[in-house]
Design a protein. Structure first.
Ligand SMILES: [Cu+2]
Length: 161
């Protein structure tokens, strides 16, 4: 039956693609733990992501970008206090030496999720992909939860440079 042939070629191509993306870079990626998104007021156009990055690989690893299917764009930010004002600046990349660890926490590094497709509620999961300088993507989920009282001030007072 000639009509079945194109379909068969298509499914073979999809299978090969899935295999390639699973096997590439296996075991050469840093690890993400404790990824979370502080619950923001309804209608917020930006959400922060905090997480811990461990580079357990034998080489230096750099994150050069990020995206999420649930947001228009995602940036790497660093918060600092400049002349008494909380300021955040966009970073082109974050580099971890082999064996290095970086805690992205309130008041320092974070991922900035911009322009959500839908509102977030407590318990939701945000899918995030980190783009690595050497190629490959580090994918993880960040859980939405209320921030503890310690991180007062939140993210809303930030000013972009
Ligand atoms: Cu930010």
């Amino acid at each position: 039956m000639p009509s079945s042939r194109p379909k068969r070629y298509l499914s073979m191509a999809v299978g090969l693609y899935a295999f390639a993306s699973l096997s590439a870079f296996a075991g050469e990626m840093p690890m993400v733990s404790d990824a979370w998104v502080p619950l923001a007021p309804n209608g917020a156009k930006m959400h922060a992501v905090y997480l811990t990055l461990h580079n357990s690989t034998a080489a230096e690893a750099s994150v050069v970008g990020a995206d999420s299917p649930q947001y228009m764009n995602v940036e790497i930010h660093h918060s600092r206090i400049v002349d008494g004002v909380a300021t955040m600046t966009r970073q082109d990349q974050i580099t971890l030496p082999s064996g290095g660890m970086l805690e992205m926490a309130p008041g320092g590094f974070h991922l900035m999720l911009m322009h959500p497709n839908a509102a977030l509620k407590e318990g939701d999961a945000v899918d995030i992909n980190l783009h690595m300088a050497k190629g490959g993507t580090l994918s993880f989920k960040a859980m939405v939860r209320k921030s503890s009282g310690m991180s007062h001030g939140g993210h809303s007072g930030h000013k972009m440079n």
